[in-house]
Write a protein that binds this ligand. Structure first.
Ligand code: ADP
Ligand code: ZN
Length: 301
């Protein structure tokens, strides 16, 4: 049995599950202060452990986070916009409280791993998972390995040109209306149009603009990473008509330059919904736990 945590700025989803990624028990804890939130998280896992012993914990976290195993601040949430969580040793806190190995990655890499194991990215090795919700984030794999690099990708803050039609100043504290998140997150849509995104009808001009911004970002991803698939999740992607609009605009932006059937004719299977529905993140966290188990050669050493 494994414990999984999908740690977000508003809530921590915690689950117990097995190696097949099925969630057996789940709870949701509000993100308040580290002490209070983590006390509830630890309480949940202690209760799980009494039912079925846990072997490891997997954590996909909001960030930015330090993923460098050689860094003195490995396992920290470093400089998040969420007050109270700066320089917080979240992996250390879990290890100390539960005494279990902890697998750690970004929330979006966790979701990408869930999709790789059980969802839309099975049998792929290079793909991205994008979430458009309160913020915009993306993770994924290159050649079968989750992307880390210098820190970790921050594709949600990709710099993209503002549409000439768009008079909204933008909502990113770092880039204003110069980046994807500043222009296309759920809160950006709400501020621009004066209504929550969920209340805008499918024929509202908001969606053409939204699809344009996401297609611009995806076109850049295609050029930079050559992903075999782009998986789009998050609250805003509940607007299912967006997928068709994005696919058309992506084709138009690439303008025949990327000569592959996935782009030219088969875009329906290229920009897709998550195969795990809303469970990519939490199931991915269970997979991160499995990855944290000591490997056989290590345990023999
Ligand atoms: P979070 O990003 O906080 O983890 P979500 O992925 O659910 O959570 O994203 C929340 C955002 O998604 C909110 O800004 C909300 O406006 C937007 N959202 C939620 N439901 C819908 C919907 N049905 N249509 C469009 N936007 C939605
Ligand atoms: Zn930004």
């Amino acid at each position: 049995m494994f414990g999984g945590i999908e740690a977000g700025g508003t809530k921590f989803v915690c689950a117990m599950g097995g190696a097949a990624g099925a969630v057996l028990k789940k709870t949701v804890v509000a993100t308040t202060t580290p002490d209070k939130t983590m006390a509830e998280v630890n309480e949940f896992f202690r209760a799980c452990h009494r039912i079925r012993p846990l072997s490891a914990i997997g954590l996909g976290s909001f960030g930015p986070v330090d993923l460098d195993p050689d860094s003195p601040t490995y396992g920290y949430i470093t400089t998040p916009p969420k007050p109270g969580w700066s320089n917080y040793d979240i992996v250390g806190a879990l290890k100390k409280a539960l005494g279990l190995p902890v697998g750690f990655d970004t929330d979006v890499n966790g979701a990408a791993l869930g999709e790789y194991r059980w969802g839309a990215a099975r049998e792929l090795d290079t793909f991205i998972y994008v979430t458009v919700g309160t913020g915009i984030g993306a993770g994924g794999m290159v050649s079968g390995k989750l992307m880390h690099g210098l820190i970790h990708p921050e594709m949600g803050h990709m710099l993209i040109p503002k549409d000439p039609r768009d008079k909204f100043e933008g909502g990113c504290p770092f880039h204003g209306g110069g980046c994807l998140e500043g222009l296309a997150s759920g809160p950006a849509i709400e501020k621009r149009w004066g209504k929550p995104a969920s209340e805008l009808p499918p024929d509202h001009p908001a969606w053409d603009l939204q699809a344009q911004y996401l297609a611009l970002a995806f076109a850049n991803c295609v050029m930079v990473l050559s992903p075999q698939k782009i998986i789009l999740g998050g609250g805003v992607s509940k607007q299912k008509h967006l997928y068709t609009m994005i696919r058309e605009k992506l084709r138009r932006l690439l303008n025949g330059y990327i000569k592959h059937d996935k782009i030219l004719t088969d875009t329906d299977s290229y920009v897709v919904e998550p195969g795990c529905g809303e469970e990519s993140g939490i199931r991915g966290a269970l997979a991160l736990a499995e990855q944290a188990l000591p490997r056989k050669e290590e345990s023999l050493a």
